[in-house]
Design a binder for this molecule. Structure first.
Ligand SMILES: Cc1ncc(COP(=O)(O)O)c(C=O)c1O
Length: 371
């Protein structure tokens, strides 16, 4: 019998979790909106993906294929992988959460980097574990600092490569050194959400390591270069024993029928993916250089966004810039939750959005120098 005032309470630690705050999607001014706050692609999804999505509208009464076979087959064909070693989910967020719930429990530890993607500490805590934070050097993951934190209770190491929100990456030699330094019972999760954008000779997403090592999983997403963030599709590639574990605990129909159809079409449209990568390759250096020329520090990025640092002076801080930009229709990402209160993250957008952002930042810096 229930007593007045009593109610169900969550497990210890759940209420210590700060909910994830997504990037804003609205501006304050009446100007045209340029949403550059969530690392979405300005090219949108492949038209083939949109057509495949629409075609499923007539069959919504039916459950999807719980094994997401068409999607896993299409991913395997594009990336040259074994479809049996792929698990799909509702965004890579779901995959990361599944990994945490399967491998981390109360009393366990898992490591993420100082400015690592915020879903890692949420997933670790939600599973009952304790996040161990490895300091970064120059806003970049530091293998020695990660390895120093590894102990007998370390179950998982989460590494985003490139990382969000810094845009920095670890050369693959460093990832190999990290893996070589981990005990066999520690799972290394290589989150390669931005891999398709990287144009660096010393970068690898981790596919081969995930194919050959017993304790490495690579996660990927359809939310970034494939332009399907609204559909929620992510996947991972890993050893058969990890795939088996994730398949046991995931929801039986965790990827919807429209997501399976659109994702399979998107990953097959290589020309569209290449166009998105080329657009980024053209704009990333230009945005970095032109914002740097305004007197702002931009962390060198290998992804589809840049981290912009503001002067620590009254009226010129990131929060001031954010308000100024919002009035001009430009929405960037505030980074207080990441411990970067004086920086904003800008996604590489369309030519028009990039130009509007650079012009607004130039105006902001000019206004500051006059005051
Ligand atoms: C590093 C990183 N991993 C994973 C994700 C999650 O992506 P998804 O939309 O697939 O859940 C993001 C999205 O911002 C990200 O930046």
């Amino acid at each position: 019998m229930s007593t007045a005032g009593e109610r169900p309470t969550p497990r210890a630690g759940v209420l210590d979790i700060a909910p994830y705050v997504p990037g804003k999607s609205a501006a304050t001014g009446g100007a045209k909106l340029h949403k550059l706050s969530s690392n979405e692609t300005p090219l949108g999804p492949s038209p083939a993906a949109v057509a495949a999505y629409r075609a499923v509208a007539d069959k919504l009464a039916l459950y999807p294929d719980g094994a997401a076979t068409a999607l896993r087959t299409a991913i395997a064909s594009t990336y040259g992988l074994n479809p049996d070693r792929i698990v799909c989910g509702a965004g890579s967020d779901e995959i990361l959460t599944l990994i945490a719930h399967a491998y981390i429990g109360p009393g366990d530890e898992a490591i993420h980097c100082q400015y690592g993607f915020l879903v890692y500490p949420i997933a670790i805590r939600a599973a009952g574990g304790t996040p161990e934070v490895a300091p970064e050097t120059d806003f970049t993951a530091d293998v020695d600092r990660i390895l120093e934190r590894v102990g007998p209770r370390t179950r998982v190491v989460f590494l985003a490569n490139p990382n969000n929100p810094t845009g920095t990456y670890l050369p693959f030699e460093e990832v190999r050194r990290l893996h070589a330094g981990l005990p066999a019972h520690t799972l290394l999760v290589l989150d390669a959400a931005y891999a398709e954008y990287v144009r660096r000779n010393d970068y690898e997403s981790g596919m081969e390591l995930a194919a050959t090592a017993d304790n490495v999983v690579m996660t990927r997403t359809f939310s970034k270069i494939y332009g399907l963030a609204g559909l929620r599709i992510g996947w991972c590639y890993g050893p058969a024993h990890v795939v088996d574990v994730l398949n046991r605990i995931r929801g039986p129909f965790n990827v919807s029928a429209p997501a399976i159809a659109a994702g399979a079409a998107a990953v097959g449209d290589r020309a569209h993916t290449e166009a998105a990568a080329s657009h980024n390759e053209r704009w990333l250096p230009e945005v970095t250089a032109r914002i740097g020329a305004l007197g702002l520090t931009v962390t060198p990025s290998a992804a589809n966004f840049v981290l912009i640092h503001f002067p620590d002076e009254a009226g010129r801080r990131a929060a001031d810039a954010d308000g100024f930009l919002l009035d001009r229709g430009v929405v960037l990402r505030r980074l207080e939750p990441y411990g970067l209160p004086n920086a904003l993250r800008m996604t590489i957008g369309s030519a028009e959005a990039n130009e509007a952002t650079i012009a607004a930042l130039a105006e902001f810096m000019d206004a500051g120098s006059l005051s």
